[in-house]
Design a protein around this ligand. Structure first.
Ligand code: 5GP
Ligand code: MG
Ligand code: MG
Length: 188
């Protein structure tokens, strides 16, 4: 089993994730009180979180996805963000909830917020699974946070390292310098 591999240290168990995702869904359901929502997941990292979260949101909603690229191969950010798949539903005058895996420097979400605003939504809020607050370089307001994690490169529950580990049920810290296919990239 991957989760027992010595390159991985479990930080958040599947049970804790389940409980927290349910709480977030309840909170979001209360805040929007049945107002229709457009839930926009950021691919690929948020795909599992998004799938679990929307099943705990009561009230009408539609889902959509964007794909943004900010990280190249490895654990280091390039600092550049671009859209590789845009939203497809019309968000004008609608309440948008962006679902993201991790907010780190904030660059990615800042960029997405700017792009979304061009579509004139009624409101935009952000829900992230993991917030690395200490590493923020750009001001973004995140309304719903699953877990605060100060440091480390995390994988599992949708989060990858070079496309590996997304399928793992919990969230794990990856040992610095380790690569699942053998080569060792520089550490973050
Ligand atoms: P930001 O633009 O906020 O610096 O970067 C956010 C993106 O970088 C996240 O959406 C995520 O895709 C990626 N990222 C940041 N930290 C981690 C991490 O610990 N693990 C993984 N797998 N991705 C991360
Ligand atoms: Mg992401
Ligand atoms: Mg990634």
């Amino acid at each position: 089993m991957h989760q027992d591999a010595d390159e991985l240290e479990e930080l958040i168990s599947p049970d804790r994730i389940r409980a927290r995702v349910r709480e977030l869904g309840d909170e979001i359901s209360r805040d929007y009180e049945g107002r229709p929502l457009v839930v926009v997941g950021i691919l690929k990292g948020a795909f599992i979180f998004m799938a679990d979260l929307v099943r705990h949101i009561r009230g009408p909603l539609v889902v959509d996805f964007v794909r943004l690229a900010s990280y190249g191969s490895g654990t280091r950010s390039t600092g550049e963000v671009h859209i590789t798949k845009d939203i497809e539903v019309d968000v004008e005058d609608r309440d948008v909830l962006v679902v993201e895996d991790i907010v780190d420097t904030g660059t990615t979400l800042r960029y997405l917020e700017e792009v979304l605003k061009l579509h004139k939504p009624r409101s935009v809020r952000i829900c992230c699974l993991i917030d690395k607050k200490e590493r923020r370089e750009t001001d973004v307001s995140v309304h719903y946070v699953g877990f605060d994690v100060p440091r480390g490169f995390l994988v599992g529950y949708g989060l990858d390292f070079d496309e590996h580990y997304r399928h793992l049920p919990g969230i794990y810290r990856l040992r610095p310098g380790y690569h699942p296919e053998g080569f060792r990239p520089s550490e973050k």
